[in-house]
Design a protein around this ligand. Structure first.
Ligand SMILES: [Zn+2]
Length: 387
C-alpha cells in the first residue's frame, strides 16, 4: 500500500511524540508509551524499533527477577549515536558546539573576527567552522541531525534570512541559503540548517535540554552588548510577525534618556548594554569585568544603577507576559552581584509595592555557551515539533 503525505506526517508526529515522552520520563516501557499516547502496542513497538535503529532511543538493562520473569524494557534517549551542531554568530566571534540529544557538550570551538569584516568573509569562516565540526563529529562515529545557527538580530523564520543585526551592521543576509549552498558544494547537502535569533535559541536551551523542569511561559533575557529576550509559550517560541518579537533592549525606559545605537533615546540597552557600560568608563569589556570583580567603587556604583534599570525592564516584561520563570543569561552576568542583585532588588521592590509575588528568577544553565547550545536545541526543537 502506498504511503500518502498525510500518513508520513502522522508517522513523524507519532514518532516524535514517543521521543518527547521518553525524554520527559526516562525509563518508560513500550507498554507505558502505548497507554500514554493511545497508540496501539504494535504501532508503538514498530516505531520504537525504528527510533532505536536510527539512534534516537536505546534500551536500558532489563531487571530479571525470578518471580515475575522478564520485566518491561525501560527506554531512554540515546546519547551515544546522534549529534546536534549549534553555532553562535556573535559580534566579533563564531562559536560552534556539538551536543548529544540531552544537551551534553561533546566538542566546542570558537574563533574571533573583526566586527567590520566583509560579510562573505565572515560567512565563509562560519561555513568552514561548521564543516570542520561535522567532519569531526562523524569521524567520532556520530550521525549529525542538523545545524542550528543563533544570530544577533531579527530572523525571518521561514527563509532563514537575518533581517537586521544592528551590532554587526548587517541587513537582509540570507544566512541559511548561503550555508546550505556551501554544505551542498562539499557533499554535505543532506544536513538540515536552521537559523534563529540568539536570545530565542538561548531560551530553547533551557526548555529542550531540561524538559522535566521546564517552566512555561519562560522569559529568557539575554544581557550582553545587545539586550534581547526569547519567550517560550506553550513549548513554542513567540517570534512575532516578522521575527522582531523580543527586541526588548529597545523598550524605552526614559523618553529623554541617553541616545541608543538604534537612534532612539532612553532605550534599555542605552542604560545597561555591555558595550555602553564599558564605553562609559573608557574600558574594554574585559577590563570592566576585572574592575567589577575587584569591587572598584566607581564601577560598582554605576553597575548598581544599571541593575536598577534592568530591574525595571524585568518588571515591565513580567507584567506584560506573566512568565513562570525569568532566566538571566549573557556575558553581562559576569558583571556580578552589583549588577544582578541590584536588578533583583528593584524587581522585587516593584512587585512588593503592588502586593504581588515575583516569578522564579534564575541564571542561564549553559552560561557562556547558551547561544551555541541553544542553537543545538533549535535543531532538536524543529524535529520534535513536526508541524
Ligand atoms: Zn534603542
Amino acid at each position: 500500500m502506498a504511503i500518502t503525505g498525510d500518513q508520513r506526517l502522522l508517522k513523524r508526529i507519532n514518532r516524535m511524540a514517543l521521543v518527547r515522552l521518553v525524554r520527559g520520563h526516562p525509563g518508560l516501557s513500550r507498554a507505558e508509551l502505548a497507554v500514554e499516547t493511545g497508540l496501539t502496542k504494535s504501532t508503538v513497538s514498530l516505531l520504537v524499533q525504528e527510533l532505536i535503529d536510527e539512534g534516537w532511543l536505546c534500551e536500558d538493562d532489563v531487571l530479571v527477577t525470578g518471580a515475575i520473569g522478564r520485566r518491561p524494557t525501560p527506554l531512554r534517549l540515546d546519547d551515544q549515536r546522534l549529534a546536534l551542531i549549534g553555532v553562535e554568530l556573535g559580534v566579533g566571534m563564531i562559536g560552534v558546539v556539538a551536543t548529544t540529544l540531552n544537551g551534553e557538550v561533546i566538542s566546542k570551538y570558537s574563533h574571533s573576527f573583526t566586527v567590520d569584516s566583509e560579510i562573505p568573509l565572515v560567512l565563509s569562516m562560519l561555513c568552514r567552522a561548521i564543516m570542520d565540526t561535522v567532519h569531526a563529529t562523524r569521524g567520532a562515529g556520530r550521525e549529525v541531525l542538523g545545524v542550528g545557527i543563533g544570530v544577533p538580530g531579527a530572523v525571518q523564520e521561514s527563509s532563514g534570512v537575518l533581517c537586521v543585526a544592528p551590532n554587526l551592521g548587517w541587513r537582509d543576509v540570507a544566512i541559511r541559503d548561503e550555508v546550505m549552498r556551501v554544505l551542498q558544494a562539499h557533499s554535505l547537502g543532506d544536513i538540515q540548517v536552521f537559523v534563529q535569533n540568539d536570545a530565542d535559541v538561548a531560551a530553547l536551551s533551557e526548555v529542550e535540554f531540561s524538559p522535566s523542569s521546564t517552566h512555561d511561559p519562560l522569559l529568557f533575557l539575554s544581557l550582553g552588548i545587545g539586550v534581547g529576550a526569547g519567550v517560550v509559550v506553550g513549548g513554542r517560541l513567540l517570534l512575532g510577525r516578522g521575527g522582531f518579537a523580543g527586541e526588548v533592549g529597545h523598550i524605552q525606559l526614559q523618553p529623554d534618556g541617553p541616545v541608543c545605537s538604534c537612534g532612539r533615546k532612553g532605550c534599555a540597552e542605552a542604560f545597561f548594554g555591555l558595550q555602553v557600560l564599558a564605553n562609559s568608563f573608557h574600558l574594554s569589556r574585559e577590563q570592566l569585568f576585572e574592575r567589577a570583580s575587584q569591587g572598584d567603587p566607581e564601577v560598582v556604583s554605576a553597575l548598581r544603577s544599571a541593575g536598577q534599570h534592568l530591574g525595571v525592564l524585568m518588571h515591565n516584561l513580567w507584567v506584560t507576559l506573566d512568565p513562570a520563570q525569568i532566566v538571566l543569561g549573557g556575558r553581562s552576568c559576569r558583571l556580578g552581584p552589583a549588577f544582578l542583585d541590584s536588578a533583583r532588588e528593584t524587581f522585587n521592590a516593584l512587585a512588593h509595592e503592588a502586593g504581588l509575588e515575583t516569578p522564579l528568577v534564575v541564571q542561564a544553565k549553559y552560561a557562556e555557551l547558551m547561544v551555541p547550545v541553544g542553537a543545538s536545541a533549535l535543531v532538536l526543537h524543529k524535529y520534535l515539533q513536526p508541524i
